[in-house]
Design a protein around this ligand. Structure first.
Ligand code: LRH
Ligand code: MN
Length: 413
């Protein structure tokens, strides 16, 4: 998008929005202020059990991961934080990593524990972690989470994300009630170790890697447990962790109504936990989710500041950095479109039962091309007008391969 075209299309859109009493300058500052954290585990090529195709030039350590996120921040101005996964990203030198992040103007969002793999710890998590029938394994998993909190404290993080693979593959394999009880008791020990200004983000997932039952399969079970833990424990919504056709925007509305929404792992999916680029499959659903978020915040159900915004994706066929540039753009566009919703007119339609009118209000916003707005926010924040074009024009992947090698492989999924 050349600058002249950008300018002309923005002035056209400004005219259109001005007529509706919408101030473009305010929209641009809201979009600029909206920052999304990038996962440390999504900077290399992802894979499936059927194979992994490396991209070359992947970050080989935490330093290089921070450099890649620094580049994303510089080009897009849409991200200013990283979400680390332990043990994939254990900092070897805390001071050095803090300094590197500060130099790159990156902060540390929620930390992620990992009790879904064996990485040399004494007792295996094959049959579960916080829900394991063996109390010694539960104890080991609790201690791991407390260690993750300690690392996070030294980096300035304020949150711990717990996702459990715990569950079973066959009927009868697990005592479902006891597994839930042990998980809750283990999480109570972890919650007790949480600093007063931290939150616990409890992520749910209906299946995989277990395929008969998962201890925390849905938002309801996560919310039930969070209620038993305390008010700083809230529900993390990973968009890929829902059975087909689940109404995720309703889940978001319900959690906000209860002030129990911890935040998001943004991605997209067609079938299961596909971890595809956000907005690449169901952009209208993403827009509707942001409509509920803006409504919930404006109507004081839950504060915008209390919600964490993070991407969680895996790149099997795309260049990870190009994928993240597209995802950051798609999330910003969904947010910008939702900001255009005439909420007064929508409420009137809802109160008068004008079903057709209500849909017209939403689609008027969704069908508005906001690319110039998001671009303007980026330019005004000192970012690239077209980050993807810049990334390709500057042959950044080729430069990373030259610097790090074709076989360089990132830790993570
Ligand atoms: C589980 C999950 C979780 C992470 C992992 C990398 O599917 O979404 O958030 O720990 O992916
Ligand atoms: Mn996730």
């Amino acid at each position: 998008m050349n600058t002249d075209f950008q300018k002309r299309s923005l002035s056209l859109l400004s005219e259109q929005l001005d007529a509706k009493g919408i101030k473009v300058a305010e929209l641009v500052s809201q979009i600029s202020a909206f920052q999304i954290a990038v996962p440390s585990w999504a900077l290399g090529a992802g894979g499936t059990r059927f194979g992994r195709f490396s991209i070359g030039g992947e970050p080989r350590n935490l330093d290089e991961k921070l450099e890649d996120i620094g580049l994303l921040a510089k080009l897009t101005k849409r991200t200013d934080a990283v979400s680390l996964h332990i043990p994939w990203d254990i900092p070897q030198d805390i001071q050095a990593i803090r300094q590197k992040a500060a130099d790159l103007q990156i902060s540390f969002d929620a930390m992620n524990s990992n009790t879904f793999q064996d990485y040399g710890q004494p007792l295996s998590y094959k049959k579960g972690s916080l829900s394991n029938a063996d109390s010694a394994i539960r104890k080991q998993a609790v201690e791991h989470n407390l260690q993750v909190i300690e690392i996070g404290k030294s980096l300035g993080s304020k949150g711990l994300t717990v996702w459990l693979a715990d569950g079973s593959n066959f009927p009868g394999q697990a005592h479902i009630r006891k597994a839930l009880q042990w998980t809750t008791e283990s999480l109570q020990e972890i919650y007790a170790g949480l600093p007063a200004d931290w939150k616990l983000l409890l992520e749910y997932k209906p299946y995989e890697p277990n395929f008969y039952h998962t201890v925390i399969p849905d938002w309801g079970t996560s919310a039930l447990i969070c209620r038993q833990l305390g008010e700083r424990a809230k529900v993390l919504v990973d968009l890929g962790h829902h059975l087909p056709n689940t109404n995720i925007e309703q889940i978001v509305a319900t959690l906000m109504q209860q002030n129990m929404l911890a935040g998001f792992h943004f991605n997209d999916s067609k079938y299961g936990d596909d971890d595809l680029s956000t907005g690449s499959i169901k952009p209208y659903q993403l827009f509707l989710i942001f409509c509920e978020l803006i409504g919930g915040a404006e109507e004081k159900a839950q504060t915008w500041e209390s919600i964490s915004w993070m991407i969680d994706a895996s790149h099997n066929t795309k260049d990870p950095l190009e994928d993240l540039i597209q995802a950051l753009e798609a999330i910003s566009q969904a947010y910008a479109k939702a900001l255009l919703v005439d909420r007064r007119k929508l409420a009137q339609c809802q109160n008068e039962g004008d079903v057709v009118g209500a849909q017209e209000v939403l689609q008027e916003a969704f069908l508005t091309d906001v690319r110039t707005l998001v671009c303007e926010a980026r330019i005004q924040s000192g970012g690239e007008a077209d980050p993807l074009a810049f990334y390709r024009r500057e042959k950044i992947r080729e430069k990373l391969i030259a610097q790090r090698g074709k076989g360089a492989q990132a830790s993570g999924l």
